[in-house]
Ligand binder design. Sequence first.
Ligand code: MG
Length: 246
Amino acid sequence: MTALQAITFDLDDTLWDNHGVMLRTEEGHYAWLLEALSIWRATRHEAPLPLGYEEGIADYLQRRQQFAKDVPERRGDFTWLRLRALEAQLEAEGLPRSAAILWAAAAMNEFHRLRVQVSPHPEAAGLLSALSERYQLAAITNGNIHLKRQPLAAYFPVAIAAGELLAPKPDHTPFLTALSKLNVSPKYAMHVGDSWAEDILPAQQLGMHAVWVSNDTDQALPPRVHRIAHIKELPGVLDRVESSLA
Ligand SMILES: [Mg+2]
């Protein structure tokens, strides 16, 4: 009988390092779009779009930032922002609206294909497998990785895309949604994540236990909050929490 019943996990920079895959995804799906589009236009005897890669990707970012300001409730729904920005850009470049919508969707399909090519920490799968014997597990992410296609999806029967709930962390909604699906009250749950503001503070405010994956040793830790440098140290923390609750 364990005192804790559920563990919720942030994904990006908690179970894998995200920086490299985001860079490859950002550059890769946009380069794919420009190339696929010019091949398509060539088969129709149309000139390539005048848009170059550098100015195009800068304009794409600027349009996403503008949409996030104009439609603030969607600011955390990165897939929506990207789709709208690409559609608007392609229309501005002279594509008919129907073609702009189709090509934006195709580019986002390529985005998601690249985005799930994350490399979880080598310890992650074994750790989650062992934890799943004792605890209910859930994932809560603000990122727009495809939750069913990511490599650790099998360990997370409950997975919450907080941006698509229109309530990205640190909003309490994604935590409460996960706990309600698991049917566990916050004090019997632990959240594990790398962001002090988006993972640790909201979990702690809700009364959950929290494990901060960080190298920052200066931050004072409030009650129920623990710090580890790497996810592989989680079992040690769990042993300590379980024995303190026993
Ligand atoms: Mg994270």
